[in-house]
Design a protein around this ligand. Structure first.
Ligand SMILES: Cc1cc2nc3c(=O)[nH]c(=O)nc-3n(C[C@H](O)[C@H](O)[C@H](O)COP(=O)(O)O)c2cc1C
Length: 323
């Protein structure tokens, strides 16, 4: 498949795995890149530089060089500027700077020959990213797992495509199959940024208890909430909540987050240590209903791109050419 994204990055397929923290580490990025797509690893605010260096080593380990990117979050790099240095050191083909203005960092990455993408959740954020000079806009819809905005992928994609001009646009949120990839490519996106399905990749840093829960969840079980940020005292800007699986904790506190008690914090901490997802957080998007097994990243990429090719061929035949 050939799109602006595959051309810019020299990849075979217009698919990136989302830089999910901490699940998207070096092994996942490497496996995705080796399968012909673009691998991404996420830099988490609580992971040590030493551990992140280890993940970067995993991307580079053995075989031909992998095409990979690094995901950064704006408020996290404000708190830990050394993560930007670490991203330079890793020499990725791409970085993403999301959930805030990427402008202060764009020139530096460009000078190092690194492309810059930014996930945007509204027309206003798309304008900010365009003004910052990013190379790729990622229209991230509310269906997405993890932190996101309030607008659905399809309306947002159309809005962002209208103003993007020559800047390529990738779609994120709610894409898990070849049908989804074909749909966004047909709409004018140059690729898909896919998170939730890769949580169940065998190479992801998702623990087995979480993978078991993901495989059994359906598409009606997610909620966009800030309760997990509040209970963990994370500095996420208020406009970005996180899409997670609903559980006893969201049932109890989503509607009265300001009343959260120290006892609730304690229960959450215990559940987290015990990997008890009936209370602890498990970020996932609405495509969780399409995640049915733990399988290799290569298999996930293969099935998405094979089906997309078939769908795109059949869609072309819908147009009456007048012959
Ligand atoms: C568990 C999880 C963690 C995430 N962490 C990050 C992150 O650290 N940085 C980031 O830019 N996006 C993060 N995201 C959002 C993804 O980049 C992406 O927008 C989303 O997964 C796409 O939607 P989908 O899950 O429906 O495929 C995360 C998503 C999930 C599910």
């Amino acid at each position: 498949m050939k799109t602006a994204l595959t051309e810019m990055l020299g990849a075979r397929y217009p698919v990136l795995n989302a830089p999910m923290t901490p699940q998207a580490g070096g092994a996942l990025a490497r496996a995705v890149a080796q399968s012909g797509a673009i691998g991404m690893l996420g830099f988490d605010e609580s992971e040590s530089a030493e551990s992140l260096r280890n993940e970067i080593r995993l991307v580079r380990e053995g075989g031909p060089p992998a095409i990979f990117g690094i995901g950064l979050v704006r408020w996290v790099i404000d708190a830990r500027p050394e993560l930007v240095e670490l991203a330079f050191e890793a020499r990725p083909a791409l970085v993403s700077i999301s959930f805030g203005d990427p402008e202060p960092f764009v020139a530096g990455f460009h000078a190092a020959g690194i492309l810059v993408a930014s996930q945007v959740q509204s027309k206003a954020w798309a304008e900010v990213a365009l003004a910052a000079g990013v190379d790729i806009l990622v229209a991230q819809g509310t269906e997405a797992g993890g932190h996101t905005g309030a607008v659905g992928t399809l309306p947002l994609l159309q809005i962002v495509l209208e103003i993007a001009g020559d800047t390529p646009v990738v779609a994120a949120g709610g894409i898990a199959t070849g049908r989804g990839l074909a749909a966004v490519l047909a709409a004018g996106a140059c690729g898909a940024w896919i998170g939730t399905p890769f949580l169940a990749a065998s190479e992801a840093r998702t623990n087995p208890a979480a993978q078991e829960r993901l495989v059994s969840a359906n598409e009606t079980e997610t909620i966009l909430t800030n309760v997990f940020d509040r209970v963990q005292h994370k500095a996420w800007p208020a406009e970005f909540s996180g899409r997670a699986l609903r559980n006893r904790f969201t049932d109890a506190w989503h509607d009265r987050v300001d009343e959260m008690t120290p006892d609730a914090e304690h229960q959450f901490g215990e559940a987290r240590s015990n990997r008890d997802y009936s209370v602890a957080h498990l970020y996932a998007g609405q495509t969780v209903g399409l995640v049915r097994e733990v399988t290799s990243a290569a298999q996930i990429v293969r099935s998405i791109v094979d089906e997309a090719e078939t769908r795109l061929r059949s869609v072309a035949s819908l147009v009456n050419t007048g012959e």
